[in-house]
Design a protein around this ligand. Sequence first.
Ligand SMILES: *Cc1c(COP(=O)(O)O)cnc(C)c1O
Length: 239
Amino acid sequence: MATPAERLALVREQLDATAVKAGREPRDVRLLAVGKTFAPEVLQQFYQAGQRDFGENRVQEAEEKVKQLPATIRWHLIGHLQTNKAAQALRLFSMIHSVDTAKLARRLERLAGEQGKICRALIQVDLAGEEAKFGLPLEELTSLLEEAASYRHLHVTGLMVLPPFTLDPEDVRPYYRRLRELALRAQEGGLLGNHGPVELSMGMSQDYLVAVQEGATLVRVGTALFGPRQPTGAAADND
Ligand SMILES: *Cc1c(COP(=O)(O)O)cnc(C)c1O
């Protein structure tokens, strides 16, 4: 298998080429290296190859890694966050992609205020109905964005989606297109885009090129960089 630096370069080249073909700026597509289940030493190799944004889906696991790895890393929480771990998550992560209830959003806003910090966050939208384990129901999106517009510490900058698993990357295209349309509409309504460019967190190892074609600004890539994860149930679950 290629070295971490080679794998990183390959994914980045593909992202850049796809962005250019889609008429987009490569620098508008940020790559998150999703190193969940991998040891800090493995993440360190990607850091040395120049990677700075890392995604984790468990607060506990991230805490260990944050302690051991360079402080210049930007950590992104991409998995479900329990409200009782919100304070800890705010201390560790520079962006939370998985805000999926109004209750969690309110708590993050309050706690970020108490910690005297600004946290960037995305709302994870459930576009698959009952197939999805997590995500805000679509019919609640506008009211949460309206509420979040007055937040001072939690800056909601965009949307995230985790589509149902499929074998064919083309099957997820409608989800990504829909997320972009929702974000555009929210932006037109003045509910997104007040804290800089609107972010769309979508795309994983199987389908990140489709996601870039559909407007992703953050792609969350694990397997294509790190190789397959151990298929333990615990590792696949969120906390
Ligand atoms: C694990 C994970 C990813 C990365 O998945 P790969 O298929 O390994 O690229 C992306 N997003 C979320 C929310 C994840 O939990």
